[in-house]
Design a binder for this molecule. Structure first.
Ligand SMILES: NC(=O)C1=CN([C@@H]2O[C@H](COP(=O)(O)OP(=O)(O)OC[C@H]3O[C@@H](n4cnc5c(N)ncnc54)[C@H](O)[C@@H]3O)[C@@H](O)[C@H]2O)C=CC1
Ligand SMILES: CC1=C(/C=C/C(C)=C/C=C/C(C)=C/C=C/C=C(C)/C=C/C=C(C)/C=C/C=C(\C)C(=O)O)C(C)(C)CCC1
Length: 534
């Protein structure tokens, strides 16, 4: 479908008045205290309304994304609008199940009567702060999780995508205004909002601002979900399918013009396949964009001039050699998909997060050294990509940490929307998406209900303490110890009995299968003997 080049539906950006912030917050707080959002049917109704609100606003959202980022209809559908619609449908289908009290595993027999269970309760009033690159999805997905979990929610979308920010404001008008609100604005609004006390903050953005948010949250011991960035590495060994690696990694940096927190910042390529890899990148580029990326309707623009200057600055200061692309056009905020051959760990292309369509290729001869390089650049990136043999990709996975990782592709691990998404260390804390969003915005409250009659069993806890009670209780509680002082597993009589009864293995499932087979063989042998008249 053609991209929505029209502008008739765009909503002009309107900054929230600072004096409106406190009353908005007070309204959300009061609604939470009223208990309204604790009702599951209320939450479901809000989510269903959002589905239709979103459907009705699709054209506004598409035009806004085009205007803000030159984001084409195809990418807007896949990575913004449909993602959110599917998340709503997922919650509509599963919310009642998620919200039910959950049993606790492995409760000792002594506690069976006390009915322990886990109740997922909303935190209260939640703040969601979004980034500019997927300006719709990154503000709306956390909003959906927070609504599903029963919170009241204040959303502060990125002001750098102003039209999309206004589309989100319009969208949220279709749900209860006492429970959910959007405040748009730049730094003064962000700061005024952060001065308020929330019960959880979900922040997506840079490490620098994430640190400010985390510090501010720490002042009031507010829990945070931090979705930050990082310098994500890729690895291509000589045993990789080099053509496939080039195609997939190039895609990762062309989609959304590489303004993707989980795309690669640099790729370590084994020297013997370096030339082939670079040649394949050039071939694939011509296939993706036969007339060049600037003429393609599928290629995004850089969000704004400061970002353009920052990315171009990385290219201007590199000591490396451009092996793909390199053209820029400030008036059009266009940066061509560009690959730079680099061998210095202190190069501008390595030390900064590119967050654009530029990345570097670093040749290596020894995989151990490549792994060391990656760990030195960023020991906890948001994502990582490994192309090579099974043994090589295992070694890379075992030696380089990351929020998520994909073997043999670009960021496919994050395209599965029911999987947890989040960083590790400096790339973030906590995770969300699908069921994990519900968990991210819920407090897991352990509840016990203790019948009067168990007081007899509880005798051990009451004064005056009696040694005999304590000894009986210790015996009842005691688990079996199957290890010695050196930490080695010991095999007692129980183990050998289980092994014999389990027909050579101690797992109950395996034993059941083996007994089943044995019985089937015995029965069929019996039938055979009968047929033969023996
Ligand atoms: N882990 C993830 O899911 C994602 C991480 N990112 C990371 O975000 C960065 C790019 O996004 P940007 O929008 O430029 O990030 P940013 O950190 O500049 O802004 C993010 C949000 O924080 C607000 N903000 C800015 N300064 C603030 C302050 N002093 N106090 C309170 N709020 C403030 C902005 O208005 C915006 O809504 C990259 O580093 C990228 O890796 C981007 C998208 C997803
Ligand atoms: C349909 C049939 C089959 C199966 C087909 C399959 C498995 C297709 C899979 C398609 C995929 C994985 C498409 C993925 C597209 C992803 C896109 C466009 C972009 C994702 C962007 C993301 C995740 C960005 C996130 C960015 C973030 C969080 C950020 O920076 O802020 C069979 C099985 C072959 C059978 C026939 C039918």
């Amino acid at each position: 479908m053609a991209s929505p080049t029209g502008t008739d539906l765009l909503i002009p950006f309107q900054e929230a008045a600072i004096e409106d912030i406190q009353p908005t917050y007070d309204r959300l707080r009061a609604s939470y205290r009223s208990g309204k959002t604790k009702n599951i049917q209320f939450r479901l109704q809000q989510l269903r309304k959002l589905y239709w609100g979103l459907t009705d606003l699709e054209s506004v959202i598409f035009q806004s994304l085009w205007k803000d980022l030159h984001k084409c209809h195809h990418e807007a559908v896949l990575t913004e609008v449909d993602w959110c619609k599917n998340e709503i449908l997922f919650f509509v289908k599963n919310l009642e199940k998620f919200a039910k009290d959950q049993p606790i595993d492995d409760v000792p027999a002594t506690f069976w009567a006390m009915k322990h269970r886990i109740r997922s309760e909303p935190y209260g009033t939640v703040l969601v702060v979004g980034a500019f690159n997927y300006p719709f999805m990154l503000s709306v997905l956390p909003l959906l999780g927070a609504i599903a979990a029963g919170n009241t929610v204040l959303v502060k979308p990125s002001e750098h995508a102003p039209h999309t920010a206004m589309a989100i404001k319009k969208l949220v008008e279709c749900v209860d205004p006492d429970c959910y609100a959007v405040l748009n604005g730049a730094l003064p609004v962000s700061q005024a909002v952060l001065d308020l006390k929330f019960d959880k903050i979900a922040f997506t953005g840079s490490r620098a601002v994430g640190t400010i948010v985390a510090k501010k949250a720490a002042e009031t011991l507010t829990p945070v979900l931090l979705e930050l960035g990082g310098q994500n590495p890729g690895f291509v060994t000589k045993n990789a399918d080099v053509k496939l690696a080039a195609r997939r990694l190039l895609w990762g940096k062309c989609s959304n013009a590489g303004q993707v927190c989980i795309s690669q910042n640099y790729v370590m390529v084994e020297r013997s396949v370096l030339n082939q890899f670079i040649a394949e990148l050039n071939t694939q580029y011509r296939i993706f964009y036969p007339n060049g990326a600037q003429k393609s309707p599928d290629f995004c623009r850089i969000i704004n001039r400061p970002s353009f200057d920052r990315i171009k600055g990385m290219l201007d200061s590199t000591g490396g050699k451009i092996v793909l692309g390199g053209r820029t056009d400030a008036d059009d905020l266009y940066i061509e998909p560009t690959v730079v051959l680099v061998d210095d760990i202190n190069d501008s292309m390595i030390i900064h997060e590119s967050f654009g369509p530029i990345w570097s290729v670093v040749p290596y001869d020894d995989l151990d050294k490549a792994i060391e390089f990656a760990n030195q650049v960023d020991s906890t990136p948001l994502s990582m990509f490994a192309f090579g043999s099974d043994a090589e990709t295992k070694k890379i996975m075992d030696s380089v940490s990351s929020g998520g990782a994909t073997i043999n592709d670009s960021y496919t691990h994050a395209s599965l929307t029911v999987a947890p998404f989040g960083g590790v260390g400096a790339s973030g804390q906590g995770n969300y998406h699908g069921k994990y969003s519900f968990k991210a915005f819920s407090h897991e409250r352990t509840i016990a209900k203790v019948p009067a009659w168990v007081d007899k069993l509880l005798r051990v806890r009451y004064m005056p303490y009696q040694r005999s009670d304590l000894e009986r209780f210790r015996k009842m509680q005691a688990g079996s110890v199957n290890f010695d002082r050196q930490g080695n597993v010991t095999r007692g009589l129980g183990y050998w009995i289980a092994l014999v009864l389990g027909l050579g293995g101690s797992s109950a499932k395996g034993a059941a299968v083996r007994w089943g087979i044995l019985l089937a063989v015995a029965v069929s042998l019996g039938l055979k003997r009968k047929t033969l008249g023996l």
